[in-house]
Ligand binder design. Structure first.
Ligand code: 5GP
Length: 206
């Protein structure tokens, strides 16, 4: 399996575009926009142990992602078998990208776009050649601004909010190591969509 994966990486022809940014940065909405703008891209389906949000299983929700919702046992079994090219724990839940859904399209020369948190980005950066992998950071400003957006999306307990804040600090520190930063100021979403779309088009030659 390892040899197979290495061989795929060696012959990789496609481009991997990773989108990162703190919770509430608008990342989900922006990725949903990219999904519509670039229907020829591959958007890998992540596995997660978190519970689906309302309406999430039926379609791609406002989170911009389609997930496969699994139990912790199923997730860990798949991880032990080497089924994920990267996986991480976030907010008490596990998230991972299946190796095949990422490597196979890249080997065929397709553009793959994945939205994920920073531990996953680090793992992918260690595995994918730098010239095949672009990281875009969505910057939505201060924690106070973000907190407002997170709470607009639905109620959240103080404990969960505190966890998100700690994560915000961590994710924000990643900004300096991303190749591209897209600012998403409050109330300027349409403009951000346009700038992000232009950047992604230039990265993918789509
Ligand atoms: P949410 O639960 O809000 O959908 O996602 C929580 C966080 O997990 C987000 O930062 C999202 O980008 C990240 N995430 C989603 N899928 C994956 C994945 O496959 N791998 C990793 N490492 N993070 C993911």
């Amino acid at each position: 399996v390892l040899f197979g994966a290495l061989r795929v990486v060696f012959f990789m022809k496609g481009k991997l575009i990773l989108v990162v940014g703190p919770s509430g940065s608008g990342k989900g909405t922006l990725v949903a926009h990219l999904r519509a703008a670039f229907p020829s891209f591959v958007f890998p389906v992540s596995w997660t142990t978190r519970a689906p949000r309302q309406g999430e299983e039926a379609s791609v929700s406002q989170s911009g992602k389609k997930y496969r919702f699994v139990t912790e046992e199923e997730f860990k079994e798949h991880a032990a078998e080497g089924g994920f090219i990267e996986w991480a724990s976030y907010g008490g839940n596990l998230y991972g990208t299946p190796s095949s859904e990422l490597l196979e399209p890249l080997a065929k020369g397709e553009t793959v776009l994945q939205e994920l948190e920073i531990q996953g980005v680090e793992q992918l950066r260690a595995k994918i050649p730098a010239d095949k992998c672009a990281v875009i950071f969505i910057d939505a400003g201060s924690w106070d601004e973000l907190k407002k957006r997170i709470l607009e999306r639905g109620a959240m307990s103080e404990t969960d909010l505190e966890k998100r804040r700690a994560r915000y600090e961590e994710e924000s520190s990643f900004k300096t190591s991303a190749q591209y930063v897209i600012e998403n100021p409050y109330g300027k979403l349409e403009d951000t969509k346009r700038r992000l779309e232009e950047l992604v088009r230039s990265l993918s030659n789509a």
